[in-house]
Design a protein around this ligand. Structure first.
Ligand SMILES: NC(=O)c1ccc[n+]([C@@H]2O[C@H](COP(=O)([O-])OP(=O)(O)OC[C@H]3O[C@@H](n4cnc5c(N)ncnc54)[C@H](O)[C@@H]3O)[C@@H](O)[C@H]2O)c1
Length: 395
């Protein structure tokens, strides 16, 4: 195992800060087996943001050109946390320079670029490099517990899945145009949050086989240009000039998985629902549901023959549940899990793999770029179904 790992993050926007904070905390959860983690550089083209993030999260320096990170001898591991259309070029440059890469989801904004990235990653693996994709919700203890209830048979045969990921960052017409609103069909709400919902659905229901009923809608077709830097979902002052929105504000579809069928719905114009990821699994022996609104609990109902008590019960997540024990400084039930914790556990899993800690002694490995391509093929099938008026498309 190496004696230390030097880390950098490219992109200091909404999710880039979560990666930076996660590397800072990664060695402080679970057993203290990681080598020293050196927080080396934050890269962002907008220098004030990179500078602020480096200072805030304790990184040694900031740079405004990602190539300086690729060229640096003191950096081993890099998170790529910029607009999806930039992933391919930056990841290719980092792998060519011998860096291990953790890339954000979705792998790219086009399937062609995603496939090229997987080819690069597989070639880099022959040189001992680890390239992985951040499917952060696979770290949510509540989702892992739903999967456990399926695997151990307590829910019985899975009959039906329902999932939605409603957000409201685009519900106001004065929300400025940004990279999120421009790209090919399916790169809007579907690529942004549907990419999460689709891998979660497959994690619980098995591989997707068919999609149908695809429908996209762009509810707000023009948005004002920003007058300053747009980070994540921030609003701020805008110009009188507008630019067209070219991708989906809303998407819905049906899917047939190995274990069951279900409907999935995503939105960025669901006013009042800033981050409403909600999933429910119905089985022959009961049902279970989890929501990002209350991520520290799972609700379960079982046909336990007590007819007058039949109904959902609330289960607070804690050390009895998968991945929980040791994963928080205070890991008692009821202390609260947040979305930021998922990035810590994701960074931890990535660093464990880079450090050469055996898989059996590690958190579940991060997913591969081939998994990222599969995720995009799933989303591309939804786009094809939508373009064909909702026809069934085989994945
Ligand atoms: N896993 C999650 O829960 C999650 C959440 C949000 C975003 N994401 C993903 O993270 C990625 C970034 O999303 P975001 O919301 O943080 O975006 P953002 O717009 O908030 O931030 C992107 C940052 O990249 C910088 N940037 C642009 N071009 C650059 C370049 N060439 N080199 C260096 N920096 C550059 C911008 O200045 C900006 O600060 C996307 O792939 C997105 O899908 C994942």
């Amino acid at each position: 195992m190496t004696s230390s790992i030097g880390v950098a993050v490219i992109g200091a926007g909404m999710a880039g800060k979560a990666h930076a904070a996660a590397y800072r905390a990664a060695a402080s959860v679970y057993s203290p087996v990681l080598p020293e983690i050196r927080l080396v550089a934050i890269g962002d083209v907008y220098a004030p943001l990179g500078q602020e993030a480096a200072k805030r999260f304790g990184f040694e320096r900031h740079v405004s050109d990602w190539r300086d990170i690729a060229a640096a001898d003191d950096i081993d591991v890099v998170s790529v946390v910029v607009a999806n259309s930039l992933h391919r070029e930056i990841v290719a440059g980092l792998l060519a320079a011998g860096k291990h890469v953790l890339c954000e989801k979705p792998l790219s904004d086009t399937i062609e670029d995603a496939r090229a990235m997987a080819t690069d990653a597989n070639a880099a693996a022959d040189r001992g490099l680890v390239a992985r994709i951040g499917f952060s919700y696979l770290r949510a203890p509540g989702i892992a517990f739903l999967r456990q209830l399926i695997d151990d048979g307590r829910l019985g045969e899975v009959l039906h899945f329902s999932g939605r990921y409603w957000t409201d960052y685009g519900c106001r017409p004065d929300a400025p145009i940004s990279w999120r609103y421009q790209g090919p069909a399916g790169s809007g709400a579907l690529g942004d949050v549907g990419s999460h919902l689709s891998y979660i659905a497959e994690y619980l229901c098995g591989d997707v086989q068919e999609v149908s009923g695809g429908r996209f809608h762009t509810s707000i077709t023009e948005r004002p240009k920003p007058l300053g830097q747009v980070v994540g979902h921030t609003r701020g002052n805008v110009s009188d000039e507008t630019a067209p929105v070219t991708n989906d504000d809303y998407a819905t579809f049906n899917a047939k998985f190995e274990r069951c069928v279900g409907t999935l719905e995503v939105s960025r114009v669901a006013a009042g629902h800033p981050n409403d990821l909600y999933i429910e699994v119905f089985g022959s022996k009961g049902a279970a549901r989890w929501s990002q609104t209350n991520p520290s609990q799972v609700e379960v109902m079982l046909h336990d023959e007590q007819g007058d008590l039949s109904g959902y019960r609330t289960v607070p997540l804690g050390p009895a549940h998968p991945g929980y024990a040791g994963g928080w400084a205070m890991d008692a039930p009821g202390v609260g899990i947040g979305q930021n914790d998922l990035f810590v556990h994701q960074a931890r899993a990535f660093l464990e793999e880079v450090a050469g800690i055996p898989e059996a002694e590690s958190l579940p490995r991060c997913r591969t770029f081939d998994d990222g391509v599969h995720n995009m093929e799933f989303l591309a099938a939804v786009a094809e179904s939508a373009s064909l008026g909702g026809q069934t498309v085989t994945v």
